[in-house]
Design a protein around this ligand. Structure first.
Ligand SMILES: Cc1cc2nc3c(=O)[nH]c(=O)nc-3n(C[C@H](O)[C@H](O)[C@H](O)COP(=O)(O)O)c2cc1C
Length: 245
């Protein structure tokens, strides 16, 4: 299938495996890319830029198809060595970076100069428009259903995606609660050019998580969907269990 996203990233299927802290290692990214999607290594899961450079090398040994790196920008007293991580990405020949967490404007010039396409993860239309304005190539629009950090607006995808389609000129993928071919058809019909999945990929053999967790995901019913909030840490996450079934 050809969409603006497959064209932009040089992939076969418009399916992206979003960055996942402590899940997105080379094995998972390579498997997704080998299958024709876009696998993504989670940059900050690697403790140092050198470790990321090594993970990129490992991934390249497993696939010669395109794969990306996620860079999540979160407020921190001692921020990670972002310039070092970007150097590892550029020198590693990565051509797609998924940014998330905060406005990536400061880092765009060094990525763009290296010919890297940037897809920024947004949980609102206004943030998506900002990403477009600062020069991102695409956005991942993450509805309230998404695993990880769903933002503060709590707008689900049936509302968010059509609004994004009305406003955005750059292509976007639908993210949050996506699980299979039906999700992809729905995403395309709502105006997206593909989809991004996280939770669904946790239930794969390449995901380095305990088998009991994978079995729990697969065995879960629709009623097992949970929304976990930890406001004191500014964290919240939702997992739609039926995604993994
Ligand atoms: C366990 C887990 C860890 C995640 N870690 C990150 C992360 O470090 N950076 C990031 O940008 N997104 C992260 N995400 C979000 C995913 O990339 C993706 O946007 C989200 O999972 C999509 O929603 P879904 O899980 O409903 O498919 C994480 C998601 C999960 C489930």
């Amino acid at each position: 299938m050809k969409t603006k996203i497959t064209e932009l990233f040089g992939i076969e299927h418009p399916i992206i495996q979003g960055g996942m802290h402590f899940v997105g290692f080379a094995e998972l990214a390579a498997a997704v890319s080998e299958a024709g999607g876009l696998g993504i290594i989670t940059g900050l899961t690697q403790r140092t830029p050198e470790a990321l450079a090594n993970e990129i090398r490992r991934c390249r040994e497993m696939t010669n198809k395109p794969f990306g790196v996620n860079l999540t920008f979160l407020p921190a007293v001692t921020p990670p060595d972002y310039p070092g991580y970007i150097r590892a990405i550029v020198e590693g020949g990565i051509k797609v970076v998924e940014t998330a967490g905060n406005n990536p404007q400061k880092w765009l010039p060094s990525l763009k100069e290296a010919g890297i396409k940037v897809i920024h993860k947004c949980t609102s239309v206004r943030h998506s428009l900002k990403a477009e304005q600062i020069g991102c190539d695409a956005v991942s629009v993450d509805g309230f259903e998404c695993g990880g950090h769903p933002g503060e607006d709590d707008v689900p995808n049936f509302i968010l995606l059509p609004r994004a389609a009305e406003e955005l000129k750059i292509p976007f993928v639908a993210s949050g609660g996506m699980a299979d071919g039906r999700s992809l058809v729905a995403a395309l019909s709502l105006g997206a050019e593909g989809m991004n999945m996280g939770t669904r990929f946790m239930a794969t053999k390449e995901a380095p998580i305990h088998d009991n967790v994978k079995q729990a995901l697969v065995a879960a019913s629709a009623l097992d969907t949970r929304c976990a909030n930890a406001p004191s840490f500014g964290l919240s996450a939702s997992v739609s269990a039926s995604q993994a079934a």
